[in-house]
Each structure stands twice: as C-alpha cells, then as structure tokens.
Design a protein around this ligand. Structure first.
Ligand code: MG
Length: 172
C-alpha cells in the first residue's frame, strides 16, 4: 500500500528535523569541547549520532514502503551559548520541540487511518519521553552540583562514561 501523501510529507519533514537535531547537538558538543568539559561533549556527541540514527530509521521506513524521500537543506544551528546551564536548557527546549513534531506526525497518520505509520511512530513517542527526562536530569544535576568545580568535575566524569549504541532497526 502506497504511503499517503500527507504522511510522506510530514515524515520527510521529520527526517529534516532529526538531521537538524543532530547538527544542533554537534554545536552543543563543540561548546562543551571548547569549555574543556569532555564528558559533557561526549554526551552530546552521542546525541548527535542518535539523531542521525532517527533520521535514517524514518528514511528506511519510507523506502521500505516504496517512497523515496526528498532531502531539503538543513538550517544553521545556534552556536553560541551564554553558559553551561544555558546550553543544557537549549537541549531540553529542543527535545520538547521534537516531541511536538513527533506528536504531529502521529496526528497526521491517525487522521488518514495509517495504522502502520502510527505503529512505527510509537517507538519515537516513547523515545521522546526518555530524551526529555535525560535532558531535564542533566539540568537538575548542573543546578545542584555544577556550581562547584569538584561537583562539575564529577558530572563531567559521569557523562564521559556514556557509550553509544547504534540503532540498527526500530525494535517494533
Ligand atoms: Mg530524535
């Protein structure tokens, strides 16, 4: 069954959103590299890779459903952050925006009774919940412990330990 035009259009837009997210998190990783906080940079570098995986998962879904997505330009990300907390807050605000985008995709799929796409998007709905929690936790940790050099060092070491696991296929 061919993908509904409204659905392919919103999923193409979502590929762009995910690629932009990847690019935006690269800017945050660069900010932390510049600060000498390699653990924070590592955490956001993993986000960069995960967002690319998300874009690829939606691309794969469209290709597997006989639709070739059109690729559009990716916007320039914000590259200046006032301080560490501002960078983390920008990360959370962006995740909240992406959650809205994903919910909009679900809404469009639902409106044309595209059950298959709704099912595919279930994984993304759950993922967004987890991403928001992680981003919020980092802000809380920074507010609690980041003001003190020892506390900041401890947080940086903690984020250094995070490892990347490639998303090869959506676990449906
Ligand atoms: Mg994503």
């Amino acid at each position: 069954m061919a993908v509904n035009e409204k659905v392919s259009e919103i999923l193409e837009k979502q590929i762009n959103e995910e690629l932009f997210s990847s690019y935006f998190y690269l800017a945050i990783a660069d900010y932390f590299e510049d600060r000498g906080l390699k653990g924070f940079a590592n955490w956001y570098m993993i986000q960069t890779k995960e967002e690319l995986d998300h874009a690829m998962a939606i691309r794969r879904y469209l290709l597997d459903n006989d639709y070739t997505p059109t690729l559009e330009a990716i916007a320039k990300p914000t590259v200046h952050f006032e301080n560490d907390l501002a960078a983390l807050k920008a990360g959370l605000a962006h995740e909240e925006h992406v959650t809205e985008c994903i919910h909009n995709c679900v809404h469009v799929a639902h409106s044309v009774h595209d059950i298959r796409t709704m099912r595919m998007l279930d994984w993304f709905v759950q993922e967004q919940g987890e991403e928001e929690t992680n981003a919020r936790d980092m802000i809380t940790d920074m507010e609690l412990f980041g003001g003190d050099p020892k506390g900041l060092f401890g947080l940086d070491r903690e984020y250094q330990a995070r490892t990347y696991k490639q998303l090869t296929a959506l676990p449906l």
